[in-house]
Write a protein that binds this ligand. Structure first.
Ligand SMILES: Cc1ncc(COP(=O)(O)O)c(C=O)c1O
Length: 384
């Protein structure tokens, strides 16, 4: 078998994005302006929400979502223990405390059964994460904590959903990422979604220094001597119009990207479920996976090699892999600050140790998928 080189992820961009980016560059309107507004309008439409507010990335989206919901010192926010670090970091940025909840090992998402034990009189909000593009069990979470404010961390879940409800339309606020490892990208970028007009208005001000009117309104407005009012402490978390223009093109391609990924995810699952030491992803009935990543669990009790050794073999054969993500309670900063032991969250600990993402992106061809499957099936022979 001839060696191939397959990165874990590659953005799918081409001439259309290039042409779209030229327009703001040549017009001179490169900061947040009409392209961002159009991207927001289309994103809201696709995700069945009334408002979308574009920002610089999903971490700033999470920060603004928490601020808009008045989360601050003394408050506790429930977050899954296995997620990208910024879900928890954003809570700390507000002076509140993230309280970790263990995950379900098979879905990699927050385990609804673990939520109740973590609720205290200080709990104000919950951030379910739709990890790798699979929505968390939103019905069950809503049933357990209907009284909490809810922010969906849909960083990986643009275009995903449950039945006819898209990610970002379940909670008070949804947050999305357009980092290049996501299914659609604007280089860096993020989006907030909400049905609540007051929240949309607050987040719109917060992303722009707290200003009462946007740059565009100010520059194109009739009374140039009027400066905006600044009645709240804001930030510069704006998206540029160059990114907005690219986002419009990417969003139009999103459903095709996901459709293609779905097809190859099914191929992986069909081929890999015969390997006794690999657990393939499980998708509950009615869920539409966004397939940001295809993540397996390695059962080291049955596998010929340890997870990391398998990753080494794949690397040697040109196949890039990653652990799914990390257990945040095991990261030095959190482990030291809150004195948490790895075994306090066994689901997150196991996912940290045994999860393995294999390449899945829209630049891959049939031969890439076949090569990965063949290499995995013969991983023990190939380690020699
Ligand atoms: C679950 C989750 N939340 C938040 C983020 C942060 O997104 P960004 O890189 O756009 O800030 C990521 C990024 O990987 C993520 O996977």
């Amino acid at each position: 078998m001839e060696k191939r080189t397959i990165p874990i992820s590659l953005p799918s961009m081409g001439n259309e994005e290039w042409e779209a980016a030229k327009e703001p560059i040549f017009s001179g309107w490169v900061t947040q302006g009409p392209k961002v507004a159009e991207f927001e309008r289309l994103f809201a439409l696709r995700h069945k929400v009334k408002h979308a507010v574009a920002v610089s990335n999903c971490t700033t989206a999470l920060h603004l979502a928490l601020l808009a919901l008045d989360i601050g010192p003394g408050d506790e926010v429930l977050v899954p223990a296995f997620t990208w670090v910024s879900t928890a970091n954003a809570v700390l940025y507000c002076g509140a405390r993230p309280i970790f909840v263990d995950i379900d090992r098979r879905s990699f998402n927050i385990n609804p059964k673990e939520i109740e034990k973590k609720i205290s009189s200080r709990t104000k909000a919950i951030i379910p994460v739709h990890l790798f593009g699979l929505c968390a069990n939103m019905d069950e979470i809503n049933r357990i904590v209907p009284h909490l404010k809810m922010i969906e961390d849909g960083a990986c879940a643009a275009g995903a959903g449950i039945k006819d409800r898209p990610a970002g339309s379940f909670g008070n606020i949804g947050c999305f990422s357009f980092h290049p490892r996501k299914s659609i990208t604007t280089g860096e970028g993020g989006m907030l979604t909400t049905d609540e007009p007051e929240l949309a208005e607050r987040m719109t001000k917060l992303r722009n220094h707290g200003a009462s009117v946007s740059e565009e309104q100010r520059h194109k407005g009739a009374r140039p001597y009027i400066l905006p009012e600044f009645n709240i402490l804001g930030y510069n978390y704006r998206m540029t119009d160059i990114q907005g223009a690219i986002g419009i093109v990417q969003l139009k391609k999103m459903d095709n990207f996901i459709h293609e990924r779905q097809k190859w995810a099914e191929y992986y699952t069909n081929e890999l479920s015969s390997i006794p030491w690999l657990e393939t992803p499980v998708i509950p009935v009615g869920y539409k996976h966004g397939w940001q990543s295809y993540v397996l669990n390695v059962d080291e009790g049955k596998s010929p090699l340890k997870r990391n050794e398998i990753m080494d073999v794949l690397h040697k054969h040109g196949i890039s892999t990653r652990p799914g993500t990390h257990a945040v309670h095991m990261l030095g900063y959190y482990a030291n600050k809150f004195q948490i032991k790895p075994e306090e969250y066994p689901g997150a600990f196991a996912a940290n140790e045994y999860s393995m993402a294999i390449p899945l992106h829209n630049k891959m061809v049939k031969e890439d998928f076949e090569y990965i499957v063949k290499t995995l099936k013969r991983v023990d022979e190939r380690s020699a």
